[in-house]
Design a protein around this ligand. Structure first.
Ligand SMILES: Cc1cc2nc3c(=O)[nH]c(=O)nc-3n(C[C@H](O)[C@H](O)[C@H](O)COP(=O)(O)OP(=O)(O)OC[C@H]3O[C@@H](n4cnc5c(N)ncnc54)[C@H](O)[C@@H]3O)c2cc1C
Length: 332
Protein backbone atom coordinates (compact mmCIF):
# COMPACT_ATOMS: atom_id res chain seq x y z
CA UNK A 1 0.00 0.00 0.00
CA UNK A 2 1.36 3.47 -0.90
CA UNK A 3 1.94 6.24 1.68
CA UNK A 4 -1.19 8.23 0.69
CA UNK A 5 -3.20 5.01 1.07
CA UNK A 6 -1.72 4.52 4.54
CA UNK A 7 -2.78 8.06 5.45
CA UNK A 8 -6.25 7.33 4.06
CA UNK A 9 -6.41 4.10 6.03
CA UNK A 10 -5.47 5.89 9.26
CA UNK A 11 -8.25 8.45 8.73
CA UNK A 12 -10.83 5.80 7.77
CA UNK A 13 -9.88 3.61 10.72
CA UNK A 14 -10.24 6.53 13.11
CA UNK A 15 -13.67 7.43 11.72
CA UNK A 16 -15.10 3.97 10.97
CA UNK A 17 -13.36 1.71 13.50
CA UNK A 18 -13.79 -2.05 13.19
CA UNK A 19 -16.31 -1.71 10.35
CA UNK A 20 -13.33 -1.05 8.03
CA UNK A 21 -11.41 -3.87 6.31
CA UNK A 22 -8.55 -3.59 3.82
CA UNK A 23 -7.94 -5.98 0.93
CA UNK A 24 -11.23 -7.80 1.57
CA UNK A 25 -11.78 -10.43 -1.21
CA UNK A 26 -14.98 -9.50 -3.02
CA UNK A 27 -15.60 -13.13 -3.98
CA UNK A 28 -16.82 -13.48 -0.37
CA UNK A 29 -19.56 -10.96 -1.13
CA UNK A 30 -20.84 -11.94 -4.58
CA UNK A 31 -23.16 -14.82 -5.45
CA UNK A 32 -20.79 -15.68 -8.36
CA UNK A 33 -18.03 -16.21 -5.71
CA UNK A 34 -15.73 -14.30 -8.06
CA UNK A 35 -13.84 -11.06 -7.43
CA UNK A 36 -10.47 -9.81 -6.19
CA UNK A 37 -9.78 -7.52 -3.23
CA UNK A 38 -11.32 -4.15 -2.42
CA UNK A 39 -8.76 -1.59 -1.22
CA UNK A 40 -11.17 -0.51 1.53
CA UNK A 41 -14.34 -2.35 2.56
CA UNK A 42 -16.83 -0.86 5.01
CA UNK A 43 -19.91 -2.53 6.43
CA UNK A 44 -22.52 0.17 7.13
CA UNK A 45 -25.12 -0.94 9.67
CA UNK A 46 -26.85 2.44 9.96
CA UNK A 47 -27.69 5.00 7.30
CA UNK A 48 -25.67 7.59 9.27
CA UNK A 49 -22.53 5.44 8.94
CA UNK A 50 -23.32 4.82 5.27
CA UNK A 51 -23.57 8.55 4.52
CA UNK A 52 -20.46 9.22 6.62
CA UNK A 53 -18.51 6.61 4.59
CA UNK A 54 -19.69 8.27 1.33
CA UNK A 55 -18.45 11.64 2.64
CA UNK A 56 -15.09 10.22 3.71
CA UNK A 57 -14.52 8.54 0.35
CA UNK A 58 -15.35 11.83 -1.37
CA UNK A 59 -13.04 13.77 0.96
CA UNK A 60 -10.21 11.33 0.14
CA UNK A 61 -10.96 11.45 -3.61
CA UNK A 62 -11.64 7.69 -3.67
CA UNK A 63 -13.97 5.90 -6.04
CA UNK A 64 -16.84 4.38 -4.09
CA UNK A 65 -19.09 1.41 -4.82
CA UNK A 66 -22.28 0.53 -2.94
CA UNK A 67 -22.69 -3.23 -2.53
CA UNK A 68 -26.01 -4.89 -1.75
CA UNK A 69 -26.27 -8.68 -1.86
CA UNK A 70 -23.73 -8.93 -4.72
CA UNK A 71 -26.16 -11.03 -6.77
CA UNK A 72 -26.01 -9.08 -10.02
CA UNK A 73 -22.26 -8.51 -10.23
CA UNK A 74 -19.18 -9.92 -11.91
CA UNK A 75 -16.17 -8.40 -10.15
CA UNK A 76 -12.73 -8.30 -11.79
CA UNK A 77 -10.07 -10.73 -10.58
CA UNK A 78 -8.00 -7.60 -9.87
CA UNK A 79 -10.67 -6.37 -7.45
CA UNK A 80 -11.75 -2.77 -6.97
CA UNK A 81 -9.77 0.34 -6.16
CA UNK A 82 -11.16 2.76 -3.61
CA UNK A 83 -13.96 1.99 -1.16
CA UNK A 84 -16.70 -0.63 -1.26
CA UNK A 85 -19.55 0.04 1.17
CA UNK A 86 -21.65 -3.00 2.04
CA UNK A 87 -25.17 -1.90 2.86
CA UNK A 88 -26.23 -3.67 6.05
CA UNK A 89 -28.99 -1.18 6.97
CA UNK A 90 -32.07 -3.37 7.22
CA UNK A 91 -34.74 -1.67 9.33
CA UNK A 92 -38.33 -2.51 8.35
CA UNK A 93 -41.50 -0.84 9.69
CA UNK A 94 -45.14 -1.15 8.69
CA UNK A 95 -47.90 1.45 8.75
CA UNK A 96 -51.21 0.02 7.54
CA UNK A 97 -50.59 -1.32 4.04
CA UNK A 98 -47.40 0.71 3.55
CA UNK A 99 -43.93 -0.60 4.37
CA UNK A 100 -40.82 1.44 5.18
CA UNK A 101 -37.67 -0.55 4.43
CA UNK A 102 -33.99 0.31 4.42
CA UNK A 103 -31.97 -0.49 1.30
CA UNK A 104 -29.78 -3.17 2.86
CA UNK A 105 -32.69 -5.41 3.93
CA UNK A 106 -32.59 -8.85 2.33
CA UNK A 107 -35.40 -8.94 -0.27
CA UNK A 108 -36.67 -12.44 0.61
CA UNK A 109 -36.61 -11.69 4.35
CA UNK A 110 -38.55 -8.50 3.66
CA UNK A 111 -41.14 -10.40 1.60
CA UNK A 112 -41.50 -12.85 4.51
CA UNK A 113 -42.05 -9.92 6.92
CA UNK A 114 -44.78 -8.60 4.59
CA UNK A 115 -46.38 -12.06 4.70
CA UNK A 116 -46.28 -11.98 8.52
CA UNK A 117 -48.26 -8.71 8.32
CA UNK A 118 -50.69 -10.33 5.82
CA UNK A 119 -49.53 -7.81 3.19
CA UNK A 120 -49.67 -9.03 -0.41
CA UNK A 121 -48.02 -7.73 -3.57
CA UNK A 122 -44.44 -9.01 -3.55
CA UNK A 123 -44.79 -12.79 -3.08
CA UNK A 124 -44.19 -13.30 -6.84
CA UNK A 125 -40.61 -12.11 -6.26
CA UNK A 126 -39.78 -14.70 -3.59
CA UNK A 127 -36.39 -16.12 -4.50
CA UNK A 128 -34.87 -13.05 -6.19
CA UNK A 129 -31.62 -12.86 -4.20
CA UNK A 130 -30.07 -9.66 -2.94
CA UNK A 131 -31.14 -6.54 -1.10
CA UNK A 132 -34.17 -4.29 -1.46
CA UNK A 133 -31.84 -1.44 -2.55
CA UNK A 134 -30.30 -3.62 -5.26
CA UNK A 135 -33.78 -4.62 -6.44
CA UNK A 136 -34.79 -0.95 -6.65
CA UNK A 137 -31.59 0.03 -8.48
CA UNK A 138 -32.28 -2.40 -11.33
CA UNK A 139 -36.11 -2.52 -10.94
CA UNK A 140 -35.83 -6.26 -10.34
CA UNK A 141 -38.78 -8.45 -11.20
CA UNK A 142 -40.18 -11.52 -12.87
CA UNK A 143 -43.46 -12.78 -14.35
CA UNK A 144 -44.02 -9.35 -15.91
CA UNK A 145 -44.02 -7.60 -12.50
CA UNK A 146 -41.34 -5.46 -10.87
CA UNK A 147 -40.61 -3.76 -7.56
CA UNK A 148 -40.89 -0.25 -9.06
CA UNK A 149 -44.65 -0.65 -9.38
CA UNK A 150 -44.89 -0.73 -5.55
CA UNK A 151 -42.77 2.33 -4.80
CA UNK A 152 -44.38 5.41 -3.23
CA UNK A 153 -41.09 7.23 -2.58
CA UNK A 154 -37.43 6.58 -1.81
CA UNK A 155 -34.85 8.47 0.22
CA UNK A 156 -31.49 8.70 -1.53
CA UNK A 157 -28.04 10.09 -0.74
CA UNK A 158 -25.82 11.66 -3.37
CA UNK A 159 -22.61 9.72 -3.98
CA UNK A 160 -20.52 12.37 -2.21
CA UNK A 161 -22.78 12.02 0.84
CA UNK A 162 -23.50 15.78 0.73
CA UNK A 163 -27.28 15.56 0.24
CA UNK A 164 -30.07 13.27 1.41
CA UNK A 165 -33.37 13.75 -0.41
CA UNK A 166 -36.72 12.01 -0.76
CA UNK A 167 -38.18 11.62 -4.25
CA UNK A 168 -41.52 10.21 -5.45
CA UNK A 169 -41.58 7.02 -7.56
CA UNK A 170 -41.90 9.01 -10.81
CA UNK A 171 -38.43 10.55 -10.24
CA UNK A 172 -36.82 7.09 -10.49
CA UNK A 173 -38.30 6.35 -13.97
CA UNK A 174 -38.77 2.62 -13.30
CA UNK A 175 -38.68 0.65 -16.57
CA UNK A 176 -37.84 -2.94 -17.50
CA UNK A 177 -34.64 -3.65 -15.44
CA UNK A 178 -33.87 0.04 -15.60
CA UNK A 179 -34.08 3.17 -13.46
CA UNK A 180 -32.73 6.70 -13.45
CA UNK A 181 -30.15 5.52 -10.89
CA UNK A 182 -28.25 3.69 -13.65
CA UNK A 183 -27.53 7.05 -15.29
CA UNK A 184 -27.45 9.26 -12.17
CA UNK A 185 -25.98 7.14 -9.38
CA UNK A 186 -27.46 7.76 -5.93
CA UNK A 187 -27.59 5.48 -2.92
CA UNK A 188 -31.06 4.34 -1.85
CA UNK A 189 -31.14 4.63 1.92
CA UNK A 190 -34.78 3.60 2.33
CA UNK A 191 -38.09 3.43 0.55
CA UNK A 192 -41.81 3.41 1.18
CA UNK A 193 -43.73 0.68 -0.65
CA UNK A 194 -47.47 0.31 -1.15
CA UNK A 195 -48.73 -3.23 -0.51
CA UNK A 196 -52.24 -4.67 -0.28
CA UNK A 197 -54.18 -6.35 2.49
CA UNK A 198 -54.03 -10.07 1.79
CA UNK A 199 -54.32 -13.42 3.46
CA UNK A 200 -51.26 -14.87 5.17
CA UNK A 201 -51.80 -18.46 3.98
CA UNK A 202 -52.40 -17.40 0.36
CA UNK A 203 -49.24 -15.25 0.38
CA UNK A 204 -47.26 -18.18 1.82
CA UNK A 205 -48.65 -20.46 -0.90
CA UNK A 206 -47.56 -18.07 -3.63
CA UNK A 207 -44.10 -17.74 -2.07
CA UNK A 208 -43.74 -21.53 -1.81
CA UNK A 209 -44.84 -21.97 -5.42
CA UNK A 210 -42.36 -19.38 -6.72
CA UNK A 211 -39.50 -20.74 -4.59
CA UNK A 212 -40.23 -24.26 -5.83
CA UNK A 213 -40.17 -23.14 -9.50
CA UNK A 214 -36.76 -21.56 -8.87
CA UNK A 215 -35.52 -24.61 -6.98
CA UNK A 216 -36.31 -26.81 -9.98
CA UNK A 217 -35.25 -24.48 -12.81
CA UNK A 218 -32.42 -22.36 -11.39
CA UNK A 219 -29.08 -23.11 -9.77
CA UNK A 220 -29.10 -22.93 -5.97
CA UNK A 221 -26.88 -19.86 -5.74
CA UNK A 222 -25.60 -20.66 -2.25
CA UNK A 223 -24.07 -23.93 -3.52
CA UNK A 224 -23.91 -23.34 -7.31
CA UNK A 225 -22.52 -19.81 -7.61
CA UNK A 226 -24.27 -17.68 -10.23
CA UNK A 227 -25.57 -14.15 -10.82
CA UNK A 228 -28.84 -15.32 -12.39
CA UNK A 229 -29.72 -14.32 -15.96
CA UNK A 230 -26.55 -13.06 -17.59
CA UNK A 231 -28.13 -11.25 -20.57
CA UNK A 232 -31.26 -9.10 -20.82
CA UNK A 233 -34.25 -10.38 -22.74
CA UNK A 234 -34.79 -8.66 -26.10
CA UNK A 235 -36.77 -5.40 -26.34
CA UNK A 236 -40.59 -5.74 -26.64
CA UNK A 237 -41.76 -6.16 -30.20
CA UNK A 238 -38.47 -7.65 -31.33
CA UNK A 239 -39.35 -10.53 -33.67
CA UNK A 240 -37.25 -13.58 -34.41
CA UNK A 241 -39.14 -16.11 -36.52
CA UNK A 242 -39.81 -19.32 -34.61
CA UNK A 243 -38.83 -18.02 -31.17
CA UNK A 244 -41.53 -17.69 -28.47
CA UNK A 245 -42.05 -14.64 -26.21
CA UNK A 246 -41.59 -14.90 -22.46
CA UNK A 247 -44.95 -15.19 -20.61
CA UNK A 248 -45.86 -11.86 -19.01
CA UNK A 249 -43.08 -9.77 -20.52
CA UNK A 250 -43.78 -10.05 -24.28
CA UNK A 251 -40.04 -10.21 -24.79
CA UNK A 252 -38.05 -12.91 -26.53
CA UNK A 253 -35.93 -14.44 -23.77
CA UNK A 254 -32.17 -14.26 -24.35
CA UNK A 255 -32.18 -17.94 -23.33
CA UNK A 256 -34.25 -18.85 -26.43
CA UNK A 257 -31.62 -17.30 -28.73
CA UNK A 258 -28.84 -18.99 -26.79
CA UNK A 259 -30.59 -22.36 -26.97
CA UNK A 260 -30.90 -21.96 -30.72
CA UNK A 261 -27.09 -21.53 -30.71
CA UNK A 262 -26.52 -24.72 -28.66
CA UNK A 263 -25.14 -22.75 -25.73
CA UNK A 264 -25.86 -25.27 -22.99
CA UNK A 265 -22.79 -27.21 -22.02
CA UNK A 266 -20.33 -24.55 -23.22
CA UNK A 267 -17.52 -23.88 -20.80
CA UNK A 268 -14.39 -21.74 -20.43
CA UNK A 269 -12.28 -22.96 -17.53
CA UNK A 270 -14.77 -23.30 -14.67
CA UNK A 271 -17.22 -20.79 -16.17
CA UNK A 272 -20.12 -22.80 -17.58
CA UNK A 273 -23.57 -22.42 -19.11
CA UNK A 274 -26.06 -23.92 -16.65
CA UNK A 275 -27.41 -27.23 -17.95
CA UNK A 276 -31.08 -26.32 -17.36
CA UNK A 277 -31.06 -22.69 -18.61
CA UNK A 278 -28.93 -21.27 -21.42
CA UNK A 279 -29.02 -17.68 -20.08
CA UNK A 280 -27.64 -18.62 -16.67
CA UNK A 281 -23.88 -18.83 -16.26
CA UNK A 282 -22.42 -20.63 -13.25
CA UNK A 283 -19.09 -20.79 -11.50
CA UNK A 284 -18.59 -24.54 -11.56
CA UNK A 285 -15.48 -24.51 -9.34
CA UNK A 286 -12.80 -21.86 -9.39
CA UNK A 287 -13.90 -19.73 -12.33
CA UNK A 288 -12.21 -16.35 -12.75
CA UNK A 289 -13.90 -13.20 -13.99
CA UNK A 290 -11.76 -13.59 -17.10
CA UNK A 291 -13.20 -17.08 -17.74
CA UNK A 292 -16.73 -15.74 -17.30
CA UNK A 293 -16.14 -12.80 -19.66
CA UNK A 294 -14.60 -15.10 -22.27
CA UNK A 295 -17.62 -17.42 -22.06
CA UNK A 296 -20.02 -14.47 -22.32
CA UNK A 297 -18.16 -13.15 -25.39
CA UNK A 298 -18.44 -16.58 -27.01
CA UNK A 299 -22.19 -16.61 -26.42
CA UNK A 300 -22.60 -13.10 -27.80
CA UNK A 301 -20.57 -14.01 -30.89
CA UNK A 302 -22.75 -17.05 -31.57
CA UNK A 303 -26.00 -15.06 -31.25
CA UNK A 304 -24.58 -12.24 -33.40
CA UNK A 305 -23.54 -14.69 -36.10
CA UNK A 306 -26.86 -16.56 -36.15
CA UNK A 307 -29.42 -13.77 -35.57
CA UNK A 308 -27.55 -10.49 -36.13
CA UNK A 309 -28.61 -9.52 -32.57
CA UNK A 310 -26.27 -7.98 -29.97
CA UNK A 311 -27.06 -9.42 -26.53
CA UNK A 312 -26.77 -6.90 -23.71
CA UNK A 313 -25.43 -7.91 -20.30
CA UNK A 314 -27.81 -7.76 -17.34
CA UNK A 315 -24.99 -8.69 -14.93
CA UNK A 316 -22.77 -5.70 -14.20
CA UNK A 317 -18.99 -6.02 -14.64
CA UNK A 318 -16.90 -4.09 -12.12
CA UNK A 319 -13.20 -3.25 -11.99
CA UNK A 320 -10.30 -3.52 -14.44
CA UNK A 321 -11.37 -5.46 -17.55
CA UNK A 322 -8.88 -8.17 -18.55
CA UNK A 323 -7.68 -8.67 -22.11
CA UNK A 324 -9.44 -11.75 -23.45
CA UNK A 325 -7.62 -14.45 -25.42
CA UNK A 326 -8.32 -14.81 -29.14
CA UNK A 327 -9.69 -18.21 -28.23
CA UNK A 328 -12.75 -16.46 -26.71
CA UNK A 329 -14.63 -17.50 -29.81
CA UNK A 330 -13.78 -21.17 -29.39
CA UNK A 331 -13.98 -22.40 -25.81
CA UNK A 332 -12.91 -25.83 -24.67
C1 LIG B 1 -30.21 -17.21 -8.79
C2 LIG B 1 -30.54 -15.78 -9.17
C3 LIG B 1 -31.80 -15.47 -9.62
C4 LIG B 1 -32.12 -14.15 -9.99
N1 LIG B 1 -33.39 -13.87 -10.41
C5 LIG B 1 -33.71 -12.61 -10.76
C6 LIG B 1 -35.03 -12.29 -11.22
O1 LIG B 1 -35.91 -13.14 -11.30
N2 LIG B 1 -35.29 -11.00 -11.55
C7 LIG B 1 -34.34 -10.02 -11.44
O2 LIG B 1 -34.65 -8.85 -11.74
N3 LIG B 1 -33.10 -10.28 -11.02
C8 LIG B 1 -32.76 -11.55 -10.67
N4 LIG B 1 -31.49 -11.82 -10.25
C9 LIG B 1 -30.47 -10.77 -10.23
C10 LIG B 1 -30.32 -10.05 -8.85
O3 LIG B 1 -30.70 -10.91 -7.82
C11 LIG B 1 -31.13 -8.78 -8.77
O4 LIG B 1 -30.71 -7.89 -9.76
C12 LIG B 1 -31.00 -8.12 -7.38
O5 LIG B 1 -32.07 -7.22 -7.24
C13 LIG B 1 -29.69 -7.42 -7.15
O6 LIG B 1 -29.65 -6.97 -5.81
P1 LIG B 1 -28.30 -6.94 -4.96
O7 LIG B 1 -28.60 -6.34 -3.62
O8 LIG B 1 -27.67 -8.28 -4.93
O9 LIG B 1 -27.44 -5.92 -5.81
P2 LIG B 1 -25.85 -5.95 -6.07
O10 LIG B 1 -25.55 -7.11 -6.97
O11 LIG B 1 -25.12 -5.87 -4.80
O12 LIG B 1 -25.66 -4.59 -6.86
C14 LIG B 1 -26.22 -4.42 -8.15
C15 LIG B 1 -26.28 -2.91 -8.43
O13 LIG B 1 -27.20 -2.33 -7.53
C16 LIG B 1 -26.59 -1.22 -6.89
N5 LIG B 1 -27.18 -1.09 -5.55
C17 LIG B 1 -27.28 -2.04 -4.60
N6 LIG B 1 -27.89 -1.53 -3.51
C18 LIG B 1 -28.15 -0.22 -3.80
C19 LIG B 1 -28.75 0.85 -3.09
N7 LIG B 1 -29.19 0.71 -1.82
N8 LIG B 1 -28.84 2.07 -3.70
C20 LIG B 1 -28.39 2.25 -4.96
N9 LIG B 1 -27.81 1.27 -5.68
C21 LIG B 1 -27.70 0.06 -5.11
C22 LIG B 1 -25.12 -1.59 -6.82
O14 LIG B 1 -24.31 -0.45 -6.61
C23 LIG B 1 -24.94 -2.21 -8.19
O15 LIG B 1 -24.79 -1.16 -9.13
C24 LIG B 1 -31.15 -13.14 -9.88
C25 LIG B 1 -29.87 -13.44 -9.39
C26 LIG B 1 -29.56 -14.74 -9.03
C27 LIG B 1 -28.20 -15.05 -8.48
Amino acid sequence: MSTPDRAAEALLRRELGDDLLTGEPLRHHTTFRIGGPADFFVTARTTDVLVQALRLAHQLGMPVFLLGGGSNLLVSDDGLRGMVIRNACERVEFDGTAAFVEGGADYLEFIAKCRDQALAGLAYAAGIPGSVGGALYGNAGCYGQDIGARVIECTVATLDGAKVETHPASWFAFEYRDTRLKREPHVILSCLLQLEAGERAAIQREMDEKLEIRRVKHPQWRTEPTAGSYFKNLPPGFQVPGLPHSPGTHRIPAGALLDACDARGLRVGDAAVFAKHANILVNAGHATARDMLALAETLKARVRAKFGVELEEEVMFLGPRPALPDAAGSPA
